[in-house]
Design a binder for this molecule. Structure first.
Ligand code: ZN
Length: 140
């Protein structure tokens, strides 16, 4: 599956409803041109209990995503978003709160959310440059 910002938004809405009771306001979306980072959540530095600002979810467009991998990575980023939004974990870590929430999701919804994702196992997008892909593999 090739991803676009439109697909990210559609899937975000779907998972927000399924897993987060549509609690999360729509963030901005972006595409990463990376083989090493498959997903990324960011927002303006949060101090105290202020409202989140400039929250953004980015995912790599360099892979031909399997539906399940895509879901697990996007929901992983959404857990970071949720924990920051609720001021449970402003530091976006994989600490206790993240562990607990991802384990609950895995058990209750049959997801496979992990702390780290080995995206070297993912298929590269047919549109991505083969050369860059092999160069990357070689360098890392
Ligand atoms: Zn993470």
């Amino acid at each position: 599956m090739e991803i676009t910002e439109k697909i990210l938004e559609q899937k975000f809405r779907e998972y927000n409803l399924l897993y987060f009771q549509s609690d999360l306001p729509l963030p901005r979306f972006g595409l990463l041109k990376s083989y090493s980072i498959c997903g990324y959540f960011s927002c303006a530095k949060i101090t105290g209990r202020r409202r989140l600002k400039r929250q953004k979810i980015e995912m790599s467009c360099r892979f031909d995503w399997e539906e399940n991998d895509f879901r697990d990575v996007l929901v992983h980023e959404m857990i970071h978003y949720y924990l920051a939004y609720k001021h449970i974990d402003n530091e976006l870590t994989h600490g206790e709160a993240f562990q607990k929430m991802s384990q609950d999701f895995n058990q209750n919804f049959g997801l496979h959310i992990t702390e780290k994702v080995d995206c070297s196992q993912f298929k590269p997008s047919p549109n991505a440059s083969r050369f860059m892909f092999y160069l990357f593999k070689y360098l890392y």
